[in-house]
Unconditional design. Structure first.
Length: 188
């Protein structure tokens, strides 16, 4: 092996950015892009097309981004709190025990991990879990992975809320709420 080739191989092995370095670099850039383009929290009835997910450097693959989002989601889910009679739960938890929540108000929260206003709402719901009124269940639904539910309820933008009855029939639909109080007002 020539000296040039061995130097190149050493440089490639020792100086290549790690996957973690790429994610640490790409995620803040993606977040900045989202903030600059916003993700559309519009008033009731306004049904704009969903904002496209930002393109990330080719060095960070889509599967790596999905894996990172799954890890973040698992961390959030492990910290989720069901407090009192009100709850903020995942769609999987709801689907596993729908009868548990059938007697109260059920609100599906269609949100995307890349949506800044969705993140604000998620953060508020988690922080205000103890303030969720008795009988109100907010169900976190992944906008990107729930095509069938989006189609069923005519959801075209993230950050949409759909109140349903125990049989899954739509009672109301709106978007833009970011606090537990706003959700409670809509369901009253």
């Amino acid at each position: 092996m020539t000296e040039t080739n061995s130097t190149f191989i050493w440089f490639t092995i020792n100086m290549s950015p790690s996957r973690a370095d790429l994610i640490r670099f790409a995620l803040p850039l993606a977040a900045i892009a989202l903030v600059l383009t916003a993700c559309g929290s519009s008033s009731s009835g306004d049904q704009a097309e969903p904002a496209a997910a930002p393109s990330v450097s080719a060095e960070v693959t889509e599967s790596e981004m999905v894996e990172t989002e799954m890890v973040e989601s698992e961390m959030v889910e492990s910290e989720m709190v069901e407090s009192g009679a009100g709850a903020y739960i995942t769609l999987a938890d709801f689907e596993a025990n729908p009868d548990t929540y059938a007697a109260g108000d059920i609100v599906l929260f269609f949100n995307a991990s890349w949506c800044s206003t969705c993140k604000e709402a998620r953060d508020n719901f988690e922080a205000e879990a103890g303030a969720i009124p008795a009988g109100l269940t907010i169900v976190k639904v992944d906008f990107d992975d729930s095509d069938e539910l989006r189609q069923k309820y005519g959801v075209t933008i993230q950050h949409t809320f759909v109140q349903v009855d125990a049989d899954g029939n739509e009672l109301a639909k709106w978007n833009g709420s970011v606090t537990v109080d706003e959700i409670a007002e809509q369901t009253a």
